[in-house]
Structure formats: structure tokens, C-alpha cells
Design a protein around this ligand. Structure first.
Ligand SMILES: Cc1cc2nc3c(=O)[nH]c(=O)nc-3n(C[C@H](O)[C@H](O)[C@H](O)COP(=O)(O)OP(=O)(O)OC[C@H]3O[C@@H](n4cnc5c(N)ncnc54)[C@H](O)[C@@H]3O)c2cc1C
Length: 426
């Protein structure tokens, strides 16, 4: 893999990144490391400790380890050695080892806000400029000037390329598509919670103390159209649970509301009593409606100078366990293609980036749907490896940075020769 080099003054590609979530930060960090000039604009004034468990697979962990963050993340993450899957009655039906490292790199499973803070501080430490309290209200690009930019707080900002990493409710999506792409309910919701094990009595109840007696663990229960996952983190100090269930509520504006523990308990009536015991220990929970978008026809603006990445381009189901990882891969890949194309050919960089990313992202999105379906349709008596959370080599052994360097020339050449090809949907 080529060394990171800094271009001479005046040849830096100027990049505005909208959103400092996982996608925006990964892109900013890699762009900075590759010598681009980066400005990140983030809507919130200050990040709050929101969310609960998030996973970065070893495909993302491989990149993050390159930033020297392994030790910091390892300390704050969970280390469950296996997923112990049960049927709803509590019969153990499969134990799936979760090897660490996997294909030569570590995965990180921990609190979204804590992991995010590590990435955020690292971005600042390498000199990424991040402006908080910047609610980007519009986007523009110009074929005459070969520039693109954003409108924010009454200002018009300009760059060579704008990366919209503004999450699932992306406003940039409308600029890219030319129409409003309304998400639709997936037919499922998740109740989710994260809380302190000792403060809420997990360690003193014989139905729940298995979560914190013996280091970190990950347990799952599957029933018809429902699955419940619970894990302990940081040597059993923190507990998280998520329960995915059927829900056809029509969602218009938000999708994350306070949930009621009694509603969650109703879902697990008649289940292994450990499930109700764990659920009832949570002081509160979130009702997270799972929405989906049809795959977008493109992630690029007409002039290919405004780009959607992360959830803005391709939201994921949690059962894929890849939303954050694919967001990281997007950012890393884009940093490489922008470097190889150079400041003078940003549209070639973004088109090549899209061609590299599109099918891979779609394939990993579909993996999440098939996992959910196989768990929700399992019959009593089903067991064995077929129920494993898939961790295929093509997904987890992947090195997005190395891959981008190795395929760039061939893809860029074919785009130059044949013109812009719309990505095909498998
Ligand atoms: C507060 C929060 C909590 C979450 N909790 C979890 C969780 O517990 N578990 C889980 O699996 N996933 C969670 N997610 C989603 C998860 O982070 C993403 O699915 C995934 O990491 C992809 O990241 P992303 O950067 O594309 O999107 P996001 O992480 O959603 O980041 C988008 C960023 O863009 C910013 N933004 C949005 N609009 C604008 C604008 N107009 N101008 C400037 N900035 C803007 C947002 O404030 C946000 O920081 C959460 C997301 C958020 C925002």
C-alpha cells in the first residue's frame, strides 16, 4: 500500500464533510491522513451520550487499528467470546464462537457514544477542523467553476467536493436525487436499552446474574418474528438489550421514541423467564422504528461533486451488524480515490468510488435481512451453524484501503472509456 503523502501547497483537494457521525469522522480522518484539506460541519452543538450498543466489524477494526486506537477501544468495549443462541423457551440451540481477532483484525462492540468520542478526539488530535452547531441547509455545485459547496448559517461555503454524511434523515439526498426519497417502515421495530448492571440489580438476581458473573457474554433468543439479544460489556459492568419485533406503525418524522417496558414485556410473555427478568431491570428503553429506503439509483450529484456516504446513502438493518463498518469503509475508500484522481479530477474519483462501493454495500445490506428472516422463521428443533450470525470472509477479511488502491486504475479506466455507468442492483 502506498505511503501517506502530502501534496504540495495549492494541490490539496478541499473537502467539506457534512456530519461528524461514524461515516463523516472516518472520511475526515482518512482524508486528513492522505493530505487533503478537510472541514467538517456538524449540526449539534455538543454530542450527547445517546444510543447504546454499536458494532464495528473486523473490516472496520482493521482500519481503526491503523489509526493506533486499538487499546483505547478495547478498554471500553465488550469481549463476549461467543453468541449463545436459544429458542424462545430457553433451550440452547447454538453456540457460535466469536473469535478475536477475526481474519487478522479486531471487532469492537461497545457504547456508540463512547466509541464515537474516541474517534472524534482522534480526528481533532490529527488536526481535522470540526465546526459544531452548523446545520447545513443546502447544497450546490457548478460545472463552470468545478466547485461544490453548502449553505450554512447564512454563508455559502466552497470546496472541490462535498461529502454528505448526514445520516439516515439526510437532507442532501434530495439534492442528489432531485426528489424527496421517503423512507418506509420496514415492518419491524427495536426496543433497546443500555444500563448499569450493579445499579439495576442484574448481579443480585439469580435469573440475570449470568450476565455479569463471568466476564462479558452475548445471549440471544429467537421466536416467531421476534429476536432478543442481550450482552454485557466492560467485565459485566454494563448491560444492553435489543429486541426486534413486528411493528407496522407508519413513521413520518422521527423514528426513535421513549418505549414502555410493559410493552416490551408483553412481547416475551411465555418465553424463557430470564428474558423478562433482564428486560424489567432496565430503567428505560427506546422504541426505534426500523425504516428502509429502496437502494438509491446513485449516491452522486449530477456533476459528481456532492457525494452521499454512510446511512445517508444506504441505511442498514441492525441484523447486518455492518452499518457503522460500511460507513467507515465508505470514508476510507473515498479518501483513496480522491487522492489517486487528484484535485483536478474529483468527478472521476467519486464515480470510481461509487463503482467500488455500490455492490459490496448492497450485498452486506441483504445479509442483514436474511439473518433476521432466518431467525424469525426458525422452527422449534432447528439448531446448528445455519443459525449463526454470518461472518463471511468476503465481508470481514476485507481491507477497504488496500482494495481501493488495487482496483482504482482498472475501474477509473473503464469509466473514462465507457462513460459513467449507473451502478446495477444485484
Ligand atoms: C445520536 C445517535 C445515536 C445512535 N445510536 C445508535 C446505536 O445505539 N446503535 C446503532 O447501531 N446505531 C446508532 N446510531 C446510528 C449509527 O451511528 C449509524 O447507523 C452508523 O454509524 C452510520 O453512521 P453515519 O455517520 O452515516 O450516520 P450518523 O451516525 O447518524 O451521523 C450523522 C451525523 O450527521 C449530523 N447531521 C445531520 N444533519 C446534519 C446537517 N443538516 N448539518 C450538519 N450535520 C448534520 C448528525 O448530527 C450526526 O452527527 C445512532 C445515530 C445517532 C445520530
Amino acid at each position: 500500500m502506498p505511503h501517506q503523502t502530502t501534496p504540495p501547497d495549492g494541490e490539496h483537494t478541499q473537502i467539506i464533510i457534512v456530519g461528524a457521525g461514524y461515516a463523516g469522522l472516518a472520511c475526515a480522518i482518512e482524508c486528513k491522513r492522505k493530505g487533503h484539506q478537510v472541514l467538517v460541519l456538524e449540526k449539534v452543538q455538543k454530542f450527547k451520550v445517546l444510543g447504546d450498543v454499536i458494532s464495528l466489524g473486523s473490516n472496520a477494526g482493521r482500519i481503526i487499528a491503523r489509526w493506533g486506537l486499538h487499546d483505547k477501544l478495547w478498554d471500553i468495549c465488550g469481549h463476549a467470546p461467543a453468541l449463545k443462541l436459544h429458542d424462545y423457551r430457553g433451550e440452547l440451540i447454538q453456540v457460535q464462537p466469536l473469535p478475536q481477532p477475526l481474519f487478522g483484525a479486531y471487532a469492537y462492540n461497545g457504547h456508540r457514544a463512547q466509541i464515537h468520542e474516541v474517534l472524534f478526539q482522534y480526528a481533532l488530535s490529527i488536526g481535522v477542523e470540526i465546526r459544531m452547531d452548523q446545520d447545513v441547509g443546502g447544497y450546490w455545485e457548478s460545472a463552470e467553476t468545478n466547485k461544490a459547496g453548502v449553505f450554512v448559517q447564512g454563508e455559502k461555503l466552497e470546496a472541490d467536493v462535498v461529502v454528505a454524511a448526514d445520516g439516515i434523515k439526510s437532507q442532501a439526498r434530495q439534492f442528489i436525487l432531485g426528489y424527496r426519497d421517503n423512507p418506509r417502515p420496514s415492518g419491524y421495530s427495536i426496543y433497546r436499552a443500555w444500563f448499569d448492571a450493579v445499579e439495576h440489580g442484574i448481579d443480585t438476581d439469580t435469573l440475570t446474574d449470568f450476565l455479569c458473573k463471568d466476564g462479558d457474554v452475548l445471549y440471544g433468543w429467537i421466536g416467531q418474528d421476534v429476536h432478543f439479544l442481550t450482552s454485557s460489556q466492560r467485565q459485566g459492568k454494563s448491560i444492553s438489550w435489543v429486541i426486534t419485533h413486528k411493528d407496522n406503525t407508519d413513521i413520518q418524522d422521527g423514528w426513535s421514541f421513549p418505549g414502555k417496558i410493559e410493552d416490551v414485556l408483553r412481547i416475551v410473555e411465555g418465553w424463557d423467564p430470564r428474558c423478562a427478568a433482564i428486560i424489567s431491570k432496565a430503567p428505560s428503553c427506546i422504541d426505534w422504528k426500523l425504516i428502509v429506503h429502496d437502494p438509491l439509483p446513485t449516491w452522486l450529484s449530477k456533476g459528481a461533486r456532492v457525494v452521499l456516504i454512510g446511512d445517508a446513502a444506504h441505511p442498514f438493518l441492525p441484523t447486518s451488524v455492518q452499518g457503522a463498518s460500511q460507513a467507515v469503509e465508505d470514508g476510507v475508500t473515498l479518501a483513496v480515490t480522491l487522492k489517486l484522481a487528484g484535485k483536478g479530477d474529483v468527478p472521476l474519483a467519486t464515480r470510481t468510488w461509487e463503482a467500488i462501493r455500490y455492490q459490496r454495500v448492497r450485498k452486506s445490506q441483504l445479509l442483514g435481512e436474511s439473518t433476521r428472516d432466518k431467525w424469525h422463521r426458525a422452527k422449534p428443533g432447528d439448531n446448528g451453524e445455519d443459525l449463526d450470525l454470518p461472518m463471511p470472509e468476503w465481508l470481514h477479511a476485507f481491507d477497504a484501503e488496500e482494495h481501493a488502491y488495487s482496483v482504482y486504475d482498472g475501474i477509473a479506466k473503464s469509466i473514462l472509456e465507457k462513460g459513467y455507468l449507473l451502478p446495477t442492483i444485484p
